[in-house]
Design a protein around this ligand. Structure first.
Ligand SMILES: [Zn+2]
Length: 176
């Protein structure tokens, strides 16, 4: 918060490279932890990042993230477009997304206790790169991920067409 959507960039990039992951759990994971920041903003509690911006948040949010992804797969019949839903893969995807959120926030917010409840230490990665670089990095990852996904889509369509063409040729030679 207030740049929650930037976190999606990491999810888009990871999915573009590791295409077998569950993109819904991954993307939801990258943003869901900010429910905490949103609630604290509404309730006027400072700082915005509390104990859920940590490993605890990852543990608390991974089950709802996976269940929401499963719901999306069922409601929108996503298996027509994506790989079959797999609980194990969805759990891994949500953990990657959730942890990435804590990781990128811990670079710019001093109050983030990355490993809470295992450690109370805050600001472990603070200033590793500048705030602006943190956002640039997420934008670059988003752009790279979108380009890779675009290339994957075009290549897949080309292959499908080629396969269909070959099948037609096979059928016509069989008839002859
Ligand atoms: Zn956050």
């Amino acid at each position: 918060m207030p740049f929650t959507p930037f976190h999606l960039g990491f999810g888009v990039f990871v999915f573009s490279v590791l295409i077998f992951l569950d993109p819904i759990a991954l993307l939801l994971g990258t943003i869901l932890i900010d429910i905490e920041a949103f609630m604290r903003l509404i309730l006027n509690i400072n700082p915005l990042h509390g104990i859920l911006h940590s490993m605890l948040g990852v543990i608390v949010f991974f089950i709802p993230t996976v269940l929401m992804s499963w719901g999306c797969y069922k409601i929108f019949k996503l298996e027509k477009y994506l790989r079959k839903f797999n609980w194990g893969i969805s759990i891994v995807s949500s953990l990657i997304g959730l942890f990435s959120h804590v990781f990128f926030d811990s670079i710019i917010y001093p109050e983030v206790m990355m490993f809470y409840p295992f450690s109370n230490k805050s600001g472990i990665l603070l200033g590793a790169i500048s705030e602006r670089m943190d956002y640039y990095l997420l934008v670059i990852l988003f752009s790279a991920g979108t380009i890779i996904l675009g290339i994957r889509f075009v290549v897949k369509r080309y292959r499908n067409r080629k396969e269909k063409g070959n099948q037609l040729v096979d059928q016509s030679t069989q008839k002859n």
